[in-house]
Design a protein around this ligand. Sequence first.
Ligand SMILES: [Zn+2]
Ligand SMILES: [Zn+2]
Length: 236
Amino acid sequence: MFATRERACSGYLLEYADTHLWLDAGAGTWQNLLQQIDYRDLTGVLLTHRHPDHTTDVFQAFHARRYGDQGEMPPIPLWAPQETLDRLVAFAERIKETFDMRAIAAGDSFEHGGARFSFYDMAHPVETVGVRVEYEGAVFAYSADTGPSAAFAELARDADLFVCEATLQDSDGEWEGHTHASRAAEIAASLGVKHLLLTHLPPARDLGLSLTEAHKASSKVKLELANDGQRFEVGV
Ligand SMILES: [Zn+2]
Ligand SMILES: [Zn+2]
């Protein structure tokens, strides 16, 4: 996928308590992030896999935090699969001085700012983790990029907000590594998801069709298409 005039690639800002975590950093999301917060207030970055549509804007945070007028800032955590960390360092070696590089893998979990993060293996051609975040009874889940064969149950069961990729439309054939909007709706409904946000939408397509196909597949789950700049309160 790629950024268009209307839409950035994949990137989300998770905010709770004093935490401002950038989850995936695809092209265009740095400027969207700056619409929401001061980059000096970021507390961490989490990248689900190494594909450029989820990672390349992290270099903007690297330059801003290293070379901005405020002077070099202390490192903040950057979590990603090991191969993603290796690629970032290969591209800009000093990024490992600006970020505290921490490898994550499916099966890992940790606490950050009082929230529990858990990671799951997704069905994508490179190592990719889905992310479940639990905070004060609220559940947020993010599929990253994945085909429909991934084990979604642990990732997204009873999620208050499930951000799920919906790259494909019904006229597309099966394409292991990505999911149809209609299939995402079926999965969300089967797992008791309260609110489904369809993301990673196909550039230059009629996105109304993605929405229609998802609605047709399941009328049980509340769902909508992701748009740049949207904000959601989770679990309230
Ligand atoms: Zn990908
Ligand atoms: Zn992608």
